[in-house]
Design a protein around this ligand. Sequence first.
Ligand code: ASP
Ligand code: MG
Length: 420
Amino acid sequence: MIVFKFGGASVKNADAVRNIVGILKDHKGHIIVVVSAMGKITNNLERIIDHYVNKDIDGLREETNALKSFHYEIIDDLFNDKNHPVYKDIDKLFGDLDRKLDKEPSLNYDHDYDQIICFGELLSTKIITHFLQSHNIKAEWKDVRFSIKTNSAYREARVNWDVTRELVNEHFQFGKNQILVTQGFLGSTVDNITTTLGREGSDYTGAVLAHVLKAKKLIIWKDVPGVLNADPKWFDDTELLSELSYRDAIELAYYGASIIHPKTIKPLQNKNINLHVKSFKNPEAEGTIISNVDYEKLIPSFIFKIDQVLIRIQPKDFSFIAEDNLQTIFGVLSDNRVKINIMQNSALKFLICINNDKRKLPKIVDQLEKDFKISYETGLELITIRYFDESTIERVTINKDLILEHRDEKNIQLVVRDRG
Ligand code: ASP
Ligand code: MG
């Protein structure tokens, strides 16, 4: 059995869905197909959620109509028969969504977010399952929320492995089917309240299912040829990394290479399951294989994170930065679930660089200001180079002012300000 994961770009329109059928038909044997929301639908749903909690009725109507027509256009294109059962399923999902949006928002934004954002994956998987069946592929739709169980940390839920193991094994049975289609990104609490695993979390879903079901491998289908040494969005002459160790994959993902969700590797590494990253545009090509290979070093890989904030934290009373202070600082960050991208301390100053989350930044500044003098600068970039060399450092820092640098044996991290 193998697990396939198709992201938003691989199901962004009717042609993309047709392309998936071609890929699946090339594979014999049992496949679990994990699918994200189509195209940029999760962003669309995030706007719906904001209009909903802000009670912006016009905005809500406009975005909801856009969501519906996007999906209806795709099914009109994929299915000739206007009485095809796919219409009933999709109408039903939109009815469920409308009913949720008619209710008053609760006071818990994260909870409401998960109850609404999940529709992207529910819609995409229904459409794809019907389309596969219409091509005489024996496919069955599975609601992953009955199997992947999590705590109730909405938007960033943690998997409860013991319960999940049991339920996945119980529910993901192939029977007469060759393919089981299910949602990435989603889970639910033991009380069956929907949760999500964090943005871009579908890769992780693929890894969880592969781990529990001891899959032969996980293939993540992308719109790039595999894992590249830099993001092709920013750079032209990128190179494909044809082999990557689990460790390097985790490091690259951790520092922000958007190719794979950082949590994806561990469940695979623990069972020695290979991860292939392949192009859905060129399925014959090998792509990248991530496994327990060993090598001395690789070509430099570099990762850009924009929209960074550097926060300077200083004790108010000229005391040193010591354990008790650090405990307070980390407490605030962890309570707000903020990930530190880089940190540095001196006797009187502690610096952290984090993503600029507009909801969280004012909160943490507020909380830290109780005990510390705080200043911060937004609009910065963080560049990480793994297996760095001087020429790569020069190449990526052209026209940038260096604000902070951190090196270890393999990585260099640079917080920079763009000169514009
Ligand atoms: N649809 C979700 C997102 O866009 C999950 C995923 O694509 O992995 O974040
Ligand atoms: Mg994605």
